[in-house]
Design a protein around this ligand. Structure first.
Ligand code: SF4
Ligand code: SF4
Length: 199
């Protein structure tokens, strides 16, 4: 996802806040075809802990079974620089399985790791790309029952912006760590196996 500013804009559709509660249709856990469930270090460690996986070998097996290497990008302007640029690099995402491409942790239509689910799952539908774009929000509305009924917990404009801002900070943190390590994902996630880079 390309982000262009730390200043998150909010589309008119969300300006007065919205009611949203997941209706547990499970659709977003079955692959929306056009996206990945990105996983950051904290997500992986929290999930591994929840599944009682420890040590380097445990994490290596976990990564092989559940994760894949995916393309990602981030717009970055060095402090004081006139121009910035979009960097492209590798990130991690969930491997979806089966004919309907579902998340390993989906049972029926329920998330079996609910309390340890990744930030991207927790923060839906308040991803920056949805918060700032009416079109993206409407596109996802076609696929998400919760966005169609718009009933349940009320989220204020500030709460919505906080989710989007937190997402930006998580992505920035990962980008800066990758940049510091010359975009070598094996250094940032030392438990990955080389084969995963070739898959
Ligand atoms: S698509 Fe929407 S309603 Fe369905 S599981 Fe995902 S968030 Fe919930
Ligand atoms: S971790 Fe849970 S919420 Fe996230 S994609 Fe998998 S089943 Fe869905």
């Amino acid at each position: 996802m390309v982000l262009t500013s730390t200043e998150i804009k909010i589309s008119r559709i969300l300006e007065n806040g919205i009611e949203f509660s997941c209706q547990m249709c499970g659709k977003c856990c079955r692959g929306f075809n056009d996206g990945e469930v990105y996983l950051y270090k904290d997500d992986i460690l929290k999930l591994a802990d929840f599944l009682k996986i420890n040590g380097k070998k445990g994490l290596r097996d976990f990564a092989k079974k559940y994760l894949k290497v995916v393309d990602d990008s981030f717009f970055w302007k060095e402090p004081g620089a006139e121009k910035g640029k979009t960097y492209r690099y590798k990130n991690l995402g969930f491997k979806f399985t089966g004919g309907d491409e579902q998340c390993h942790f989906l049972r029926g239509n329920k998330c079996s790791v609910h309390t340890a689910r990744p930030f991207q799952c927790r923060s839906f539908p308040f991803w920056q790309m949805m918060v700032s774009s009416k079109k993206n929000f409407e596109d996802y509305t076609k696929k998400c029952k919760g966005l169609q009924v718009l009933k349940g917990k009320f989220y204020t404009k500030e709460e919505i912006l906080n989710w989007a801002q937190e997402e930006y900070e998580i992505e920035k943190k990962y980008f800066l760590e990758m940049k510091k390590n010359n975009f070598n994902i094996m250094k940032v996630h030392p438990y990955l196996s080389k084969e995963m880079l070739q898959e």
